[in-house]
Design a protein around this ligand. Structure first.
Ligand SMILES: C[S@@+](CC[C@H](N)C(=O)[O-])C[C@H]1O[C@@H](n2cnc3c(N)ncnc32)[C@H](O)[C@@H]1O
Length: 451
């Protein structure tokens, strides 16, 4: 899909008053290397061979702790009261940064202003603009510190503080739109609320494809009526409802869920309560416990977390653990494997629909998306072979990782293309990752019966 019609323009203005002589301020603002190295992201620069006004600059960003290197060129034009940087960063991203300096009307200091006129694809414009806003403010603070004779470390500290600690939640409730069937009343809620990429082998209906993917995971888990099941990342609870109403092998003994988004958790709780009241009226009720939160147990987790550390005499709480299209988000998936292993009974099984992705990429845009950490932490970017090895190293056996990419991505993308422009970005991102070697897999493994 062509991206370039979607280039957007924004302007970022940064200004401050520097209390230093005008000539001194002008000297630095007309000295490109001095200005370039005040940018807190810059780790290197050099003159482009054959030019005396164009610099190749290397930035190192840390987004969510993940280092990300980017190279771009800046052509500099120096005037008496203005310095202009024409920046070209590739992949449709460019900016014209105009620096101006003027003595304040009251004579108290020199007002320095930078206007960055930015152009970037709609996909990355927010990231580019927020990075420029944050770092150019620091650049100006560094300029002030340098010219006013203060320490630079204070401004560097601000950059470290500005680095976000937690990734943004990727999901909301917009997936309900995908669950609407042709002919459904547009004013009523859809019957299902699935939020996975689906298994499209024999269907073009989203709810059916999602149910089919869930069935693949349930089949790989081999659930029986004596099992205690944990379903992680269940979103609005369709997999839980499916287990309650559809399992041919009968209901499990207990069903525990944990999911990270409050709106999803509330939905799942209400829907599961209704389903157990209506569908299981008079029948044996499995014990159901739903939790809101991160599936990974940390010392700050609540004491009833499903993966809370077990005492010497505590029984293993689960026989089957399911992760339907979510484990690639976990920080990290390897820790999830370890905690799952530690809480499964001997002979217990883990089953996942998941994504394998080589860590390296030649694609600038993929690296931009990777750097946001929105899709998956870098540690989770592993090949199918590495995925299998991780499961074995944790102690699992009977490891199976089946590549089902051809029955997932093409069908999901074709479906998204029918859902209007709002879904084209998702469709494009899935296509970008697929082209970069992403594989959709169905994985399962067993904890040894005898250890
Ligand atoms: C692609 S959706 C899949 C939802 C559901 N399994 C389904 O098939 O409809 C991924 C879900 O995992 C949840 N999730 C992501 N990271 C999580 C974490 N660390 N702990 C618990 N849930 C998480 C998200 O909030 C989201 O609901």
């Amino acid at each position: 899909m062509g991206l370039w019609p979607f280039v957007l323009k924004r302007s970022v203005v940064t200004t401050d008053v520097v209390h230093a002589p005008f000539e001194r301020v002008q000297e630095v603002l007309r000295d490109p290397p001095a200005l370039i190295t005040l940018n807190p992201l810059v780790v290197g620069y050099e003159l482009q061979p054959g030019t005396d006004d164009t610099y190749i600059i290397t930035d190192k960003l840390r987004v969510l702790g993940i280092p990300f290197t980017s190279k771009y060129t800046a052509q500099v034009t120096k005037g008496d009261e203005i310095t202009t940087f024409i920046v070209k960063a590739g992949a449709g991203t460019s900016s014209t940064n105009i620096w101006k300096w003027v003595v304040q009307a009251n004579g108290d200091g020199v007002e320095v202003t930078e206007e960055a006129k930015v152009e970037a694809p709609f996909l990355t414009i927010l990231f580019v603009v927020s990075t420029i806003k944050r770092t150019h403010k620091i650049l100006l603070q560094q300029l002030k510190s340098k010219l006013e004779g203060k320490e630079e470390s204070q401004a560097k500290g601000d950059e470290a503080q500005a680095t976000p600690k937690r990734k943004k939640e990727l999901y909301d409730m917009s997936h309900l739109e995908l669950n609407k069937l042709p002919g459904d009343d547009p004013n009523t809620a859809p019957k299902s609320e699935w939020l996975n990429m689906g298994y499209w082998k024999s269907t073009s209906s989203f709810p059916e494809a999602c149910t089919n993917l869930c069935d693949e995971v349930l089949h790989a888990a081999r659930i029986t009526s004596t099992d205690r099941v944990l379903d992680v990342g269940h979103a609005c609870g369709d997999s839980l409802l499916h287990i309650i109403s559809q399992l041919p092998s009968g209901l499990p003994l207990s069903l525990t869920g944990i999911t990270s988004l409050p709106a999803h958790y509330e939905k799942a709780r209400t829907r599961v309560e209704n389903a157990t009241r209506v569908e299981l009226d008079g029948a044996r009720q499995p014990e159901i416990r739903l939790h809101l939160g991160d599936v990974i147990y940390r010392p700050s987790s609540p004491p009833n977390h499903p993966f809370k550390p077990l005492g010497e005499t505590d029984p293993f709480p689960f026989d089957k653990i399911l992760a339907l299209d979510c484990a690639y988000h976990f920080e990290t998936r390897k820790v999830f494997f370890e905690q799952a292993f530690g809480h499964l009974s001997p002979g217990g099984r883990i089953a996942l629909a998941d994504i394998c992705l080589p860590a390296t990429s030649g694609s600038f845009l993929r690296r931009m998306i990777d750097a946001t950490g929105a899709l998956m932490p870098r540690e989770n970017m592993v090949t199918i072979d590495e995925y299998e090895t991780q499961l074995r190293r944790v102690g699992f056996e009977d490891v199976s990782v089946r590549d089902i990419t051809d029955d997932v991505f093409p069908g999901f993308r074709a479906f998204l293309r029918t859902k209007g422009w709002r879904w084209l970005l998702t469709e494009w991102v899935v296509g970008l990752y697929a082209a970069d070697g992403a594989r959709f897999v169905l994985a399962s493994a067993e904890k040894p019966r005898f250890q």
